[in-house]
Design a protein around this ligand. Structure first.
Ligand SMILES: N[C@@H](CCC(=O)N[C@@H](CS)C(=O)NCC(=O)O)C(=O)O
Length: 202
């Protein structure tokens, strides 16, 4: 292997996409390996923790867990704070996004009636509380820590983007609309020139 390899499912979403964006913004020339779900069961046991994304670097064991990948890339390429306290604060918010995924993701696998009930409960309680906590901890503008995009912002962007398109049944696209700092981070990442370049936008 001569260059880094990022392995994830063939979709521009979630944990894999935030790692791809981080590598792209870091200016790293990487192999963007996209796995077909049919190939996944045979691969699963070969990965460090039985899940994707996985980052492979030359002469290193495979690295997994999204936040570990993001923090490594961020630290090495100026996309994560050098101040250790501020870095830990960013990592706290990164964990907050993982908590959101851990709570919402099981509903993806539910049958319709159960899904509706579960998601309506999330809309009534968990999601506004999640957003309120996120909003309270975003101290900078337009990004989490100020005027510079860092890996935490990619995670917040991806979390808001999940719902903002209105494609998650039973969760309104406006679920985060009354949290201006959270939406502000989403928009600032969306409009970042490096992010636009990743999506082929001029
Ligand atoms: N804690 C892990 C969670 C990874 C995870 O659950 N990845 C999902 C895709 S987003 C996956 O690999 N699902 C397939 C499976 O678990 O078999 C991380 O942060 O990367």
């Amino acid at each position: 292997m001569t260059r880094p390899k990022l392995i994830y499912f063939d979709a521009p979403v979630s944990r894999g996409e935030e790692c791809r964006l981080a590598l792209h913004l870091a200016g790293i020339d990487f192999d963007d390996v996209r796995i077909n779900p049919t190939a996944w069961p045979a691969m699963k046991e070969q990965t460090p923790y039985g899940a994707l994304p996985v980052l492979e670097l030359p002469a290193r064991p495979a690295l997994a867990h999204t936040n570990a990948i993001l923090v490594l890339v961020g630290r090495r390429h100026g996309l994560h704070p050098s101040d250790d306290f501020e870095a830990a604060r960013h990592e706290g918010m990164m964990q907050h996004v993982e908590t959101l995924r851990a709570v919402v993701s099981p509903t993806l696998r539910m049958a319709d009636a159960e899904k509706k009930t579960a998601r309506e409960a999330l809309v009534a309680d968990f999601l506004p509380n999640w957003a309120k906590a996120a909003e309270k901890n975003i101290l900078g503008t337009p990004f989490f820590g100020g005027d510079k995009l860092q890996v935490v912002d990619l995670k917040l962007h991806m979390a808001v983007r999940w719902f903002i398109g209105g494609k998650v049944d039973h969760i309104p696209a406006t679920i985060f609309a009354s949290y201006p700092r959270l939406v502000g981070v989403h928009d600032a990442v969306r409009d970042h020139p490096g992010v636009m370049a990743w999506y082929g936008k001029p």
